[in-house]
Design a protein around this ligand. Structure first.
Ligand SMILES: [Fe+2]
Ligand SMILES: [Fe+2]
Length: 172
């Protein structure tokens, strides 16, 4: 039965599996940003919260894009489970330390998908994944910019936190 199914798709089982993993990673990223947005919101950083709510939606789009690609290619897209995500953060800055680390991890995961595409001569999926390569370049840059602002604006000065909230929100 499995072999029969495979005749209707050019995706190998390995590629289908790694794409489903990437879908889950994007879905997790969406939930992580949502929790960060909520934390910012309840701590008074309303502008940055808005930015990360949008970021959460973008990650949801990234998730759906892979998810639909799998089905479009005749594969089986698996709805990812929703794990617990970090809800509390030590500081405003910690949110962005974690955000950058998450984005770097996503970039590495995307590179793995592409490496597998190359190993299996799956040019269609490699071509599809290139959109994510460009997207990650932007996402990493934005997360780094946020951390840069923490260096430029003194968080501990009277209006420092407010200035940071306004400036970080402008990145997106
Ligand atoms: Fe993403
Ligand atoms: Fe991202």
């Amino acid at each position: 039965m499995k072999d029969l199914l495979r005749t209707s798709t050019s995706l190998s089982e390995g590629i289908e599996q790694i794409l489903n993993l990437q879908a889950k990673i994007e879905s997790d990223a969406s939930n992580k940003y949502l929790a960060m947005a909520a934390w910012l919101d309840r701590n008074g950083f309303v502008n940055t919260a808005e930015y990360l709510y949008k970021q959460a939606e973008e990650e949801r789009e990234h998730f759906l894009k892979v998810f639909k690609y799998i089905t479009d290619m005749g594969g089986i897209a698996i709805t990812p489970s929703v794990p617990e995500v970090q809800q509390e953060f030590a500081s405003f800055r910690e949110v962005f330390d974690i955000a950058l680390q998450n984005e770097i991890a996503v970039t590495k995961a995307i590179n793995k998908v592409i490496a597998k595409c190359r190993a299996e001569n799956d040019y269609a999926t490699e071509d599809f994944m290139m959109w994510y390569v460009a997207e990650q370049r932007e996402e990493e840059k934005n997360a780094r910019r946020a951390l840069e602002l923490f260096e430029l604006i003194n968080e501990n000065e009277a209006t420092g936190k407010f200035a940071l909230d306004v400036q970080i929100a402008k990145i997106g």
